[in-house]
Write a protein that binds this ligand. Structure first.
Ligand code: AMP
Ligand code: MN
Ligand code: MN
Length: 312
């Protein structure tokens, strides 16, 4: 493993001809926006680029033109490449099957403080709010053109990881990179309309989800839980649920629990003060200091007990 500079990354990209791009499973706005923007940037540099993700891409991101080119692993006919470029993923496991199917040297551009340094070459910026912020900064410093479609994708990547410029990871530079995207043609209202879209059916499910909210530790911890029946109604798009509790005045740690099966619960953690990356680490997960995730081998009630046991 080597930590590389942006100059070394640029040299490696200049030398590579065939590049396979991938992102983490359960892809979010930062993962998809970053991947399609860099797909376009690298294609404009004359590279032969394939995008692959070992998961379904939520429909709300399909307004970005290049999303239609994202492949499933089974659709990739040729895994030969000069480089496997992994965006927004902090561990080897998070890229799913792609890691074993592609044998090319792994380059990783990421912003997770918990990055396991799995790549052969790592360009890591934990102080950046989003991988999309890193890519905007790189394109700008390398003089790579940011087209209007790249700008929209990069704006979406940045905005979704910093709560549309509200969360504690929003820095002066985050805002400047967002502004640079707008200067190059990003449309904040169009991005918001697609990414924050909801439906009457989703509101109905949210009503049920609201009834599961529980407070612990004198109101410092709030938990909202989607059991298997609710998860079946919600589908893959669980964005917005943890936001129902994170702004409660007494709450420091907001937790969303998602039942996978009777023995497995996925956990999303958000905090105002506490280091939730440290909590997620205890269950083999990670993320950022104020936003992290993990999977616990227990049902929802068991997960609540395990989590409360490690929270001070
Ligand atoms: P989420 O709650 O899924 O939005 O994730 C919050 C942050 O934690 C994101 O930066 C994720 O990449 C990270 N994260 C979520 N789940 C895991 C996991 N199982 N392992 C490592 N990082 C995770
Ligand atoms: Mn992500
Ligand atoms: Mn990210």
């Amino acid at each position: 493993m080597a930590i590389i500079t942006k100059e070394a990354l640029k040299n490696a990209l200049d030398e590579a001809q065939r590049i396979i791009l991938t992102v983490h499973v359960h892809p979010d706005g930062d993962a998809i926006g970053s991947m399609v923007a860099f797909y376009e940037a690298l294609s404009n540099e004359g590279k032969e680029v394939t995008m692959v993700v070992d998961d379904t891409v939520p429909a709300k991101y399909s307004f970005l033109a290049q999303v239609a080119h994202i492949k499933q692993p089974s659709e990739v006919l040729d895994w030969q490449a000069d480089m496997l470029l992994v965006l927004d993923a902090s561990t080897f496991e998070r890229i799913g099957k792609v890691g074993s199917l592609c044998k090319a040297p792994i380059f990783n551009i990421d912003h997770h403080i918990s990055n396991s340094q799995f790549a052969d070459s790592l360009y890591l910026c934990p102080e950046f709010a989003a991988t999309g912020e890193i890519l905007t900064y790189l394109c700008d410093s390398w003089g790579w053109p940011i087209t209007p479609s790249m700008a929209n994708a990069l704006y979406m990547a940045i905005a979704t990881d910093c709560g549309f410029f509200r969360f504690s990871n929003t820095t002066e530079q985050t805002l400047r990179m967002g502004a640079l995207c707008v200067a190059n043609g990003a449309q904040p209202n169009i991005v918001s309309e697609h990414v924050e879209v909801t439906t009457a059916a989703r509101i109905e499910v949210m009503k049920e989800a609201l009834q599961t909210i529980q407070f612990f530790k004198a109101g410092r911890v709030a938990i909202i839980a989607l059991d298997e029946a609710l998860m079946a109604k919600v589908g893959d798009d669980t964005d917005g649920y943890v936001d129902l509790i994170r702004n409660v005045d007494t709450v420091d740690i907001a937790i969303l629990l998602k039942a996978v099966d009777a023995h497995t619960t996925r956990v999303s953690l958000r905090a105002k003060v506490t280091d939730v990356n440290a909590i997620a680490n205890q269950f083999g997960g990670g993320g950022h200091v104020k936003a992290a995730g993990c999977t616990i081998n227990a049902n929802i009630q068991g997960a609540i007990e395990h989590l409360l046991a490690v929270i001070a």
